[in-house]
Design a binder for this molecule. Sequence first.
Ligand SMILES: [Zn+2]
Length: 288
Amino acid sequence: MRPRTVPEAGLFPSLQPGLLALGCKWWFAEFMDSHNPSEPAEPTGVAGNRDLERHLESEPHDNDAAQRLNWLRAGVLGANDGIVSVAAIVVGVAGATSATGPILAAGAAGLVGGAVSMALGEYVSVSSQSDSQKALIEKERRELAEEPEEELAELTAIYREKGLSPETARAVAVELTNHDALAAHLSAELNIDESDIVSPWHAAVASAVAFTLGAALPMLAILLPPQGIRVPLTFGAVLVALALTGAVGAWIGGGSKSRAAVRVVVGGALALAATFSIGNLLGATGVV
Ligand SMILES: [Zn+2]
């Protein structure tokens, strides 16, 4: 669902560390996906009203809140991607050469390439999703116009399956049909809401912005300080930022913040160590 395509390092001597950074980025994304506890732990039993209230408060039951959380989650993931992949690229190049020019060029190429590929991937996936939702809505609208009796029977059957008696199910279906037939069918049959359809352009711009904001951190951390301390400083800044995004991601998903932070920090540290070593090796052997 998230774009996994990779930024091009360009026609640059730093191509090798760049490629490794991409490998690391992919591995990192897989690592995060398989370890991130996106499902909050459910309480084993809801006993009493106060427990129920707390349970309702702790979960985003209204659609707006859930959607805001989805956007926030996508933003955190995009920022994470930007931090890790661009940090791995610039640290890899810094391992090979002490010249600032190549670091800047490789980092800028990684930032632009990554932001564009994120936007593209997001645009493609959200458009196909919204196309299929729109098609389903159109089909439902047509069916409601052409065969309202069958549609009412269908809605009644859905509520009977949920456990209502035939009379109650029929009454619910009739009342919902009189109120807003299309919304009732979309919600009961397809679990979608017409206003929930996300614009592919919004999604594309949002993920490109999130990636760019994340990528700006390692760029600044490696370009601003003096040459002698820029690599350790970038390592430090990146790991602190990853701990934060990991904790925020866990907070959104309702999982353990400290465990999530440790996972992203360890993953990010491994990615940076790998590209820095490769860059160093290439620099030492005179390949670069
Ligand atoms: Zn229907």
